[in-house]
Design a protein around this ligand. Structure first.
Ligand SMILES: [Zn+2]
Length: 140
């Protein structure tokens, strides 16, 4: 037996919707940001930060085994991929006028992400940048 998180009614374990209030009984737990070893962060945060400025190349050479640095490399790579797609779409669809404008706005957003990533790497934070959390991992 479990209890409905909305109204508190007792409900069977296998029901998805509460028979009393009709709300969904499964509470979606938000995935936590990854945690990293303190020594890993201390040793590699400079390289992790430089990953944002070098397409991930410096940390890939300097600390390939650092989970913290590779977390930031992934984010940096997604920012680069996003920027490439925005530039490409803006170039090809320049005649539409609206696409290059949207592409320009997206590039500014990506630049903000890049700065956020740099700041977080330096602070030793493994917090995900917006949206990137749901994208596949490129470098493990
Ligand atoms: Zn209920």
């Amino acid at each position: 037996m479990k209890y409905c998180p909305h109204c508190g009614a007792e409900i069977a374990d296998d029901v998805r919707f509460c028979p009393t209030c009709g709300k969904e009984t499964v509470v979606v737990v938000k995935e936590a940001d990854p945690e990293f070893d303190a020594q890993d962060i201390a040793d590699n945060r400079m390289l992790a930060m430089l990953g944002y400025l070098t397409m991930g190349i410096l940390p890939m050479i300097g600390c390939r085994n650092s989970a913290f640095a590779m977390h930031h490399v992934n984010q940096a790579l997604w920012i680069y991929i996003g920027a490439m797609l925005c530039s490409l779409a803006s170039g090809i669809l320049a005649f539409t006028v609206i696409i290059p404008i949207l592409g320009g706005i997206a590039l500014i957003v990506l630049l903000v992400f890049e700065i956020m990533g740099i700041v977080r790497a330096l602070k030793g934070s493994g917090k995900y940048l917006p949206f990137i959390k749901n994208l596949p991992v490129i470098i493990k």
